[in-house]
Design a binder for this molecule. Structure first.
Ligand SMILES: Cc1ncc(COP(=O)(O)O)c(C=O)c1O
Length: 476
């Protein structure tokens, strides 16, 4: 086997990688936000590039510089107001290089002793942030989709222990899971995987910016019970993806307590705001949750992928997931992660989170979260002053706005918002998406970025105003 790697060539390559790393950070604004390339161009560029013979580290790194870097989304760019993809804190990518080099399997302590310990420390720290006790169990998973699924699997096990042996046939009614109509779609997918079907997933109407209607939720639970169904869990939103709405978690916890339901909180996006002092009132009661999904790779500025599931129900984790394998050494008294969660092999993302938090501390993240929120409210003000309609009541880092020239019919107005967004994206100067809220299309500007400053907000507001006016001309 000829890997063509000597310690000299490794040193040279890692120096080049480190130059590229520095370039990515320091020259963020010299590149377009959206690279403006087509699928076909990319397919042509990379097709047949994997062959019997490799090109060597130096050449592969040059190709990264020439082909990958200019054709990548500028996610960390200060004018990326996109999906909930954050800009990583500097320690994160460095930690990732080392995590991959060690390649310890986070599935079991004996395969990753130091990394398992750092994961435990991360779990302790995040549990503390949510007001959960020192005994809280948790696991780092590849993102919020998995964390929500794992939480809801625990909920199903808690209420229907016979399911694991006899499946849904063991029940004498229809299991019901509640969520608001604006809850992230991955919770629907979780319900699908759980096997409760579309009819087992009840969508409760939301109001205002997207908060679940509490009265409606409770009445629906009562109606379902009376009809002989088997309600078992409620998903509460600690920040919706579309508009950043916050459910009143404490009141939902009261409802769950009254009706003996599992409370799962999806704080994947909004969880970063738990660092605010004082904390937003909607998060009061989060410590009463049976499970919480919270994503370090969103508003904690950790590189993808890193989601966390927290739960106080240790024994249940094991009941839900434990399957012993004779070829894996036992973990002694402690139950290894591969026996109490979905994954078997696991990247040791705990170490990436630990190193990032160790290097930068909560304060750096808190400051960035506070700045993101302040700048989002500033953006709303500027847009309002420029004549945009702005969605009221925002508390997190999502601003929603519409440009509504007089006399234009509703369906065309919706098209106009999409056209403005696309024109800005095509310019390469900023990136954002649109969202449907209460049957209208809104421009959705979401800030989860450590680099964005006041002057970027000025730039964006001007760009939006100019683009909106220019796009609206064709509708006059
Ligand atoms: C509120 C919320 N929950 C869950 C998810 C899914 O998380 P992931 O993309 O990490 O799987 C997202 C993604 O944006 C989200 O915003």
């Amino acid at each position: 086997m000829n890997l063509r790697v000597t310690s000299e060539s490794l040193k040279r390559a890692s120096q080049r990688a480190s130059e590229l790393y520095t370039e990515i950070f320091s020259e963020l604004e010299s590149r377009r936000v959206d690279p403006g390339v087509t699928r076909e161009e990319m397919r042509t560029m990379f097709s047949n590039s994997i062959n019997e013979k490799g090109v060597g580290l130096d050449q592969a790194l040059e190709e990264f510089s020439e082909k990958v870097l200019p054709n990548s989304m500028g996610t960390p760019h200060p004018l990326y107001f996109g999906l909930v993809n954050s800009s990583p804190l500097p320690a994160g990518p460095l930690a990732d290089l080392l995590v991959s080099s060690l390649n310890n399997n986070g599935g079991a302590f004996h395969q990753s002793p130091a990394m398992s310990a750092t994961e435990q420390e991360v779990i302790r720290a995040f549990a503390g942030l949510c007001g959960l006790g020192a005994e809280t169990s948790g696991m780092i998973l590849p993102g919020g989709t998995f964390a929500n699924l794992q939480g809801l699997m625990l909920a199903r096990q808690a209420h229907f222990p016979s399911w694991s042996t006899d499946g849904p046939a063991s029940l004498d009614g229809r299991p019901i899971l509640y969520r608001s109509d604006v809850t992230h779609f991955c919770n629907d997918r979780a319900a699908h995987v759980l096997g409760i079907g579309q009819t087992g997933l009840v969508r409760i109407p939301s109001q205002g910016r997207g908060e679940i209607d509490l009265g409606h939720l409770e009445q629906q639970i009562q109606r379902d019970r009376a009809a002989g169904h088997l309600p078992f869990a409620v998903v509460a939103n600690g920040g919706t993806t579309g508009t950043g709405a916050l459910d009143d978690i404490d009141s939902i916890a009261d409802i769950c307590k009254r009706h003996n339901l599992w409370l799962h909180v999806d704080a994947c996006y909004g969880g970063g705001s738990l660092l605010l002092e004082p904390r937003l009132s909607e998060f009061q009661g989060i410590h009463r949750a049976d499970s919480i999904a919270i994503d370090p790779h969103k508003w904690f500025f950790i590189p993808m992928t890193a989601g966390i599931l927290l739960t106080p129900h240790h024994q249940l984790e094991r009941e839900t997931f434990d399957i012993a394998a004779s070829y894996i050494p036992s973990g002694g008294d402690a139950v290894d992660p591969f026996r109490r969660g979905l994954p078997t092999s696991r990247r040791s993302s705990g170490l990436t989170i630990w190193m990032t938090l160790r290097a930068h501390g909560w304060n750096a993240i808190r400051e960035a979260v506070e700045r993101n929120i302040r700048l989002t409210r500033f953006l709303e003000e500027l847009l309002f002053d420029a004549g945009f309609r702005v969605l009221e009541g925002g508390k997190l880092s999502i601003a929603c706005a519409r440009w509504e020239p007089a006399g234009v019919e509703a369906v065309v107005l919706d098209q106009l918002q999409t056209e403005i967004a696309q024109t800005v994206i095509d310019s390469g100067r900023a990136w954002f998406s649109t969202v449907k809220h209460e049957d209208e299309i809104w421009m959705r500007l979401n800030l989860v970025n450590i680099h964005t400053q006041d002057h970027h907000i000025d730039t964006l507001a001007k760009l939006l105003s100019e683009t909106a006016r220019q796009c609206a001309v064709s509708y006059d």
